[in-house]
Design a protein around this ligand. Structure first.
Ligand code: FES
Ligand SMILES: [Fe+2]
Length: 395
């Protein structure tokens, strides 16, 4: 495993064609380790939560970016913080619960005690410590974080450009998908860990949606207009009008796919490089925190929300739709992780993964695509190649 300070030297020759990706990058341990350093601890911003997930003073959540453990808190003044989830004494993981509410965090090893603002509030036996020991010199370590439309973004690198610069044009897209601003309320979570590389999730293109997902096909859901877009930072998005299908007998209770309340009847999805996702699908509002747990293991934490102004009926509908459409047992997306696992097995073979649908020029990148092209992933692959330092072969 690489550490924060270890140099990396890995080199992979990358095909000259923009739509060819070496299968190696899905299965090689050394590639995974370089990703941890260059991407997850590199100059990127990662969405890790929404402020409404810690709504009350004393609330906390634990999470991680790659293998780096983090602690999100709301202190007794109401301010939100992000810390490394490690005691400032000898480095033990400080909090193990996924979430909760507490005034103080006590490390079990030697009982150093921290408040929700990360200050070291007390230690046993301070009189025996180094002369001049001061508690204020030992707060919890903290990465840089920024809040945008309520979403908490973190970067583990000191030199990362400001968040809004890195999001480059996606700030307004995020607001559109969330429904106008960041005033959300948490409905709940679904979680899964799949046996596949994290980039198989990132590659989950629009092309596959009506082909892999029988629910999409049966319901003729993407019956309307749609478009995809991306940029050179590797962010991408799509917006598709969803047709409300005729009563074709597939659903005993079609109200589950009803669209109620105001707002567009669309499926809108953003994926910010490397892999953080903001999604609205009919009445479902969903942030997805995707985290690699090894070269062939990935966690997805689906967080579902309603808007603060929603009435009771809409909240009930969102809960019902959220838990039945998306996520590990959702009618629309349960097939994805099965395919990600097959990719992980299949990518042990030689050669390259090849993208075709919507590729009109194998040597020049485009950034606007049709609804069900698979080209939307290619700018992210090019950005990945650059960040990882892999040289391109001559055309
Ligand atoms: S490692 Fe936390 S108190 Fe010692
Ligand atoms: Fe899918």
């Amino acid at each position: 495993m690489t550490s924060f300070h270890e140099p990396d030297t890995l080199a992979i020759r990358w095909p000259a064609k923009i739509n060819h990706v070496p299968k190696d990058v899905f299965v090689r341990q050394d590639v995974y380790e370089q990703e941890q350093k260059r991407i997850f601890r590199g100059m990127e911003w990662h969405g890790i939560g929404h402020v409404c997930e810690v709504p009350n003073k004393g609330d906390f959540r634990t999470t991680s970016i790659g293998e780096v453990p983090l602690l999100i808190t709301r202190d007794q003044t109401g301010a939100v913080h992000v810390f490394y989830n490690a005691c400032s004494h000898r480095g033990a993981q400080l909090e193990t619960a996924e979430s909760g509410n507490k005034k103080d965090f006590v490390c079990p090893y030697h009982r150093w005690r921290f408040d929700g603002a990360g200050r070291l509030a007390g230690t046993p036996d301070p009189e025996d410590y180094t002369p001049g020991f001061k508690r204020e010199n030992y707060p919890l370590g903290a990465p840089r974080f920024a809040i945008l439309h309520g979403i908490i973004f973190v970067t583990l690198h000191a030199d990362t450009p400001p968040l809004e610069e890195v999001l480059e044009g996606y700030v307004d897209h995020v607001a559109e998908v969330l429904g106008g601003d960041g005033n959300l309320r948490l409905l709940g979570y679904q979680k899964l860990r799949f046996k596949g590389n994290w980039k198989t999730y990132r590659d989950n293109d629009a092309y596959h949606a009506p082909l892999l997902h029988s629910a999409f096909r049966m319901l003729n859901w993407q019956g309307g207009e749609g478009r995809q877009f991306a940029n050179a930072r590797g962010h991408r998005g799509y917006v598709s009008q969803l047709s409300l299908p005729p009563d074709n007998g597939f659903l005993k209770d079609p109200s589950i796919i009803a669209h109620i309340g105001g707002g567009p009847r669309t499926s809108a999805s953003l994926m910010m490089f490397p892999v953080f996702s903001v999604i609205r699908h009919m009445n479902v509002i969903n942030l997805r925190y995707i985290n690699p747990r090894g070269v062939d293991q990935t966690d997805i934490n689906f967080a579902y929300f309603c808007r603060e102004e929603d009435d009771e009926e809409l909240v009930r509908h969102r809960i019902r739709q959220s838990s039945n459409l998306l996520g590990p047992c959702g009618m629309v997306s349960m097939e994805d992780v099965a395919v990600f696992h097959r990719l992980q097995i299949g990518c042990q073979t030689p050669g390259q993964a090849v993208f075709q649908k919507g590729v009109h020029d194998e040597y020049n990148m485009s950034y606007e695509y049709r609804q069900n092209d698979e080209t939307g992933n290619l700018p992210a692959w090019e950005r990945y190649r650059q960040v990882m330092g892999f040289d391109k072969e001559e055309a």
